[in-house]
Ligand binder design. Structure first.
Ligand code: ADP
Length: 157
């Protein structure tokens, strides 16, 4: 599928870091194919974070994610799910590697700036949850001849 969901979380929105975060993905060579500002609600968050429903911090993460709008984005590229996760860094931001978004900009386990889909299966489910038909775009990027080998360009199709 080569597409993945990224959310710029309320802490990053409040700190004015959306532009810097987007630049990380753009400069890597990923293509932005969907983007919208969203005020999340309990229903969507309960579905998105269903795997955390039993955790003691579930209420906290749900309230945090509603504390201001988030920027929901779909990024496209070869193996984009794993690539984007590496760019984001590990959950506990203060221990994330320098060079990653969380490692460079965060200290918290909750306020860790971004969400990125964990694997291909989750990416597909999450994109369907956050984007309606027609909100994810397909457009040619001429840069691809410099960004990927011919074989890799074939793999992207
Ligand atoms: P990730 O976002 O790295 O995939 P998880 O899916 O495990 O991590 O958790 C989702 C989000 O819940 C995290 O990004 C973080 O914002 C929050 N979270 C995770 N663990 C904790 C915790 N122990 N205390 C508070 N918030 C947490």
């Amino acid at each position: 599928m080569h597409k993945t969901l990224v959310l710029i979380k309320p802490d990053a929105m409040q700190r004015g870091l959306a532009g810097k975060i987007i630049t990380r993905f753009e400069e890597k060579g990923l293509k932005l194919v969907g983007a919208k500002l969203m005020q999340l609600d309990d229903d969507l968050l309960s579905r998105h974070y269903a795997h955390l429903a039993d955790k003691p911090f579930f209420g906290e993460i749900r309230d945090f994610m509603k504390s201001s709008p988030v920027l929901a984005m779909c990024w496209y590229g070869l193996d984009s799910v794993a690539t984007v996760r590496r760019i984001c860094g590990i959950t506990l931001a203060r221990e994330a590697n320098p060079g990653t978004i969380r490692g460079d900009f965060g200290m918290s386990i909750q306020c860790n700036l971004v969400h990125a889909s964990e694997d291909e299966e989750n990416a597909e489910k999450e994109l369907a949850l956050f984007f309606k038909d027609g909100e994810i775009f397909d457009y040619p990027v001429k840069l691809y001849t410099s960004l990927y080998s011919e074989r890799e360009q074939g793999d992207l199709k």
